[in-house]
Ligand binder design. Structure first.
Ligand code: CO
Ligand code: CO
Length: 346
């Protein structure tokens, strides 16, 4: 009998992330970063840290790991690797190497399961053009897998989340709803078999989307993961001193996710995001749409702020590379009051 990995994990994928409302207050008393070579640190809740080595080269440093989001060990490994690599692409960087981070319950699972997880991760790293050069493993009650990735970027060409400008168009490169689909599958309620599409989307590298935005030139970018579309958008608007307007009709959504969320299926992380975002968003859409926009994604797409005059060029560059979505979903406006707010229109 094959083991279903999601049945061992209490929480799945990036929905296992601690929500921003819990995390940020705990971080605020940590010592301030003083090294002047830290070009991007923890102050702006960006995707990765960036450290200047010389005027020509900076390191991009990031790590992501989580519990199984799907049942198949190989798929889990490949998704976790794609998700960890994404934070390098979200800084406009290029990955160089990675290390495995592993927790494994060897008393309840066969070692072959771990071997398959690592094979999935290694194959995804290879697809990204890098090797996994080592790692660390501990015994845990649930499987945990992810990578610590090292990449490079030119210090003058870092794409952080804090340089978006008023008037920028927001472009999203994968549809949302992944958290709802994986939760439906975990609960045996994925009647439409949407998990196959979700696995395809989660396993897809954000490299092509990164290449497209580097070719066109954009202001700011982040990837959409555990805090959901609106949560990651908030990190960008807060860091950039702006507000955002989203048009729901333009946001690409996996069709089954809408049906499932209407039926009451959503991960705990999605509800936590929704509660946290309530005071930061003016919604003109119903609760179903609100949950979709806050849905905790695992290995979601890039959310890009591009100057209005280059938006069509960016969409064309993404479409040429066949990214799962290339959707203009809204725009950035000046902050009328406190930065970081969003308005969602039908
Ligand atoms: Co990220
Ligand atoms: Co991350």
């Amino acid at each position: 009998m094959t083991v279903r990995l999601t049945q061992i994990a209490k929480r799945a994928g990036c929905a296992a992330k601690h929500p921003p409302g819990y995390l940020f207050p705990l971080l605020k008393n940590l010592p301030k970063i003083v090294d002047p070579n830290v070009l991007v640190g923890n102050a702006t809740a960006d995707d990765a840290a960036v450290y200047r080595i010389s005027d020509e080269i900076a390191l991009v440093l990031t790590t992501d790991f989580f519990t199984p989001v799907v049942d198949d060990p190989y798929d889990f490994g490949s998704i976790a690797a794609a998700n960890a690599l994404s934070d390098v692409y979200a800084m406009g960087g290029r990955p160089l190497t990675a290390l495995n981070l592993v927790g494994f319950p060897d008393e309840i699972l066969d070692g072959q399961v771990l071997a398959r997880i690592l094979e999935g991760g290694a194959a995804k790293a290879r697809e990204a053009g890098i090797d996994i050069v080592g790692g660390h493993t501990i015994k845990t009650d649930e499987p945990i897998y992810g990578l610590a990735v090292t990449g490079v970027v030119h210090p003058d060409r870092i794409l952080s989340n804090d340089r978006a400008k008023e008037g920028d168009v927001l472009v999203l490169t994968k549809p949302i709803g992944i958290g709802i689909i994986t939760t439906a599958a975990k609960q045996d309620r994925d009647t439409g078999g949407a998990i196959a599409e979700a696995i395809r989307l989660m396993s897809m590298l954000n490299r092509d989307a990164c290449d497209a935005m580097l070719e066109v030139g954009v202001h700011a970018v982040t990837d959409v993961t555990g805090f959901g579309l609106l949560g990651h958008l908030r990190n960008m608007t807060l860091a950039s001193g702006l507000e955002a307007e989203i048009e729901l009709a333009r946001v690409p959504v996996i069709a089954a996710a809408k049906t499932y969320v209407e039926g009451g299926i959503a991960p705990g992380g999605t509800h936590a995001n929704h509660r946290f975002m309530a005071e930061h968003v003016d919604y003109e859409v119903d609760k179903t749409a609100q949950l979709l926009l806050c849905d905790a994604q695992t290995s979601g797409g890039l959310l890009i702020a591009v100057p209005e005059g280059k938006a069509a060029q960016l969409v064309a560059a993404l479409e040429k590379r066949g990214t799962p979505a290339a959707a203009r979903i809204g725009r950035l406006t000046s902050a009328r009051g406190v930065a970081g707010r969003a308005r969602v229109r039908p």
